[in-house]
Write a protein that binds this ligand. Structure first.
Ligand SMILES: Nc1ncnc2c1ncn2[C@@H]1O[C@H](COP(=O)(O)OP(=O)(O)O)[C@@H](O)[C@H]1O
Ligand SMILES: [Mg+2]
Length: 238
């Protein structure tokens, strides 16, 4: 299982927006996916409930876990899944820490502007603590990836935000723009990948998803199996 944790101790930066869209990207590629909502506000859970029965996202599991979360609990909850996406809470504690301990990658959304950038200090300190715990499990430090969200591309603000993030760690090449498509899709329990698969928002989400996934978990080319035998859908299959 590959675990993507979306973490920031700041609220409103786009954790749930990225978590729901990245989980949708994984699901639509045929990977058995679970989205775990670690925030007591339950936005991801509400999102999962808003979806229509005939949605293309049917089968994408959403589960809430806003207390007593641990790596062991995640492994139990996500048993049999290829990908778990963890939607983090805006507070420090069990959820954030266990998510970072369990994660293969921590995605840190940052919206351009000084307040978010200052707030990343706290998030990075939380990740440092998680790295110390990981060491006890014999795991290396977690990969941290900043993602600029709600960007107006080619603005001075967006550029200076990227530079400030780059000074603190790895920054995703793909920035997520400010687009009404995100809240519109979220309000009906969908992703920009399902409301407008050919749109600009869908393109940037898919690009970001590719940056996040390791090469070994990338979708295989769309080759048909030689015989008609049933294939288990899983990691590496589109
Ligand atoms: N790229 C974006 N474009 C437009 N609106 C966005 C974007 N990202 C987030 N939002 C909106 O900003 C608000 C906060 O985002 P959310 O994902 O809930 O943040 P968090 O989970 O970090 O609190 C929501 O109303 C969401 O729809
Ligand atoms: Mg949220």
């Amino acid at each position: 299982m590959y675990v993507i944790a979306i973490l920031s101790l700041k609220g409103g930066v786009g954790k749930t927006t990225l978590a729901t869209n990245l989980a949708a990207a994984a699901h639509l590629r045929g990977q058995a996916t679970i989205l775990v909502d670690l925030d007591r506000q339950g936005s991801s859970l509400d999102w999962g409930s808003a979806r229509q029965e005939n949605s293309k996202l049917a089968g994408l599991a959403v589960s809430k876990h806003d207390r007593a979360f641990s790596r062991a609990r995640l492994l139990e909850l996500a048993a049999g899944r290829d990908i778990a996406v963890l939607d983090g809470p805006p507070w420090t504690g069990d959820q954030s820490s266990a998510a970072a301990v369990a994660a293969d990658i921590v995605v840190i959304p940052v919206t351009p502007g000084p307040f978010d950038l200052w707030a990343t200090h706290e998030t990075l300190a939380e990740l440092d603590r998680a790295d110390a715990i990981r060491e006890q499990f014999g795991r290396g430090p977690v990969r941290r990836l900043f993602v600029a969200n709600r960007c107006a591309p080619r603005t001075v603000l967006a550029r200076s935000a990227r530079e400030a993030m780059a000074a603190r760690g790895e920054v995703a090449e793909t920035s997520i723009s400010h687009r009404v498509a995100y809240p519109e899709a979220a309000s009906i329990g969908e992703s920009v990948l399902t409301t407008d698969p050919k749109g600009a928002a869908a393109a940037e989400v898919l690009k970001l998803f590719k940056e996040i996934m390791p090469a070994t978990a990338a979708p295989a080319p769309a080759a048909k199996p030689a015989s008609g035998g049933a294939r288990k859908k899983g990691r590496g299959q589109a």
